[in-house]
Design a protein around this ligand. Sequence first.
Ligand SMILES: NC(=O)c1ccc[n+]([C@@H]2O[C@H](COP(=O)([O-])OP(=O)(O)OC[C@H]3O[C@@H](n4cnc5c(N)ncnc54)[C@H](OP(=O)(O)O)[C@@H]3O)[C@@H](O)[C@H]2O)c1
Length: 309
Amino acid sequence: MRYIEYGAHEAQVSEVVLGLMRIWDKTPDQVYELIDTALAHGINALDTAPVYGPSEGKIGEVFAAHPGLRDRVWLQTKLGIRPHPRLDCNYFDFSYEHIIESVDASLAALKTDRIDSLLLHRPDVLMDPREVARAFNELYDQGKVVEFGVSNQNVAQESLLQNFLDFPLAANQVQLSCAFTPAFDHAFNVNTRDEAGISRDGGIFEYALLHDQAIQAWSVMQKGYFTGPFLGAEEYADMNAVLARIGEEHGVTDMAVAIAWVLRHPAKMQAIIGTTNPTRVAQSAAACDFELTREEWYEIYLAGGRRLP
Ligand SMILES: NC(=O)c1ccc[n+]([C@@H]2O[C@H](COP(=O)([O-])OP(=O)(O)OC[C@H]3O[C@@H](n4cnc5c(N)ncnc54)[C@H](OP(=O)(O)O)[C@@H]3O)[C@@H](O)[C@H]2O)c1
């Protein structure tokens, strides 16, 4: 496993992170097996969120049943997505009150006294950065949260918030896989009339490198927004063949190659895996046993149907 130095406190956090969004139907023993397998392969980081239903509560149950486990993992959760009381959808809330309430609820559910990293889950355009800063400072001073970051934010949004904080935003968690690449497409198509040249994130990778910020990729195995894995998907047959061939050459699975593709960028990269299968957790760790060459990285990008100028 490889590790990054995360945030101002430089915790050693694995590049592969175990995402626990999809553990809806898993028993505490099955969740423990996932975490235990991850730790056995050097994956020391867990990602969850209150909006993932029973996820935080199940992790808390596992911590309670296995004394000492909590302190062996680096624990990240998020906040700000709330079910609308009258509509059948969520809305976003970065108010001071909600931030404080949500962290206290997460600490109780997770049965811990500390969150190692807290992310604002999805942009709330009604956010007042001074309110967020006040909440963050209070949570830090109380020892409830160690590091703070954002998710799904563009550069203007995170720069605005950063301006009001006394410490760096440690991470931006965004959707990225070798099949889902808008964040890279625009960089290749600067100064063209091609639609792919439109930047929707304002250059989050450049921002991350300039500010020593981690980029955490979510849905590293998905075709699109919760549209299923690209491995085995007809429309990605060419890319999957390339992933399989490169996997054979490196002695790893096609999945590990896909994760290595995300980790290849020179920013502090982390890949959040969402599998609920312990064997796949173990295989994912192999993504850190090798590094893709530029030629391999570009071959995978092009095999996914993208074009270079
Ligand atoms: N910040 C955000 O807005 C945001 C949004 C979504 C997710 N997340 C975080 O990111 C994590 C990962 O997201 P995700 O769950 O979408 O990740 P993912 O790893 O892309 O998808 C996981 C799903 O793909 C399947 N899968 C994984 N590897 C496979 C393979 N080799 N072959 C076939 N199927 C495979 C898994 O099935 P099996 O379980 O059977 O392996 C599971 O259903 C989440 O747990 C959450 O922590 C964050």
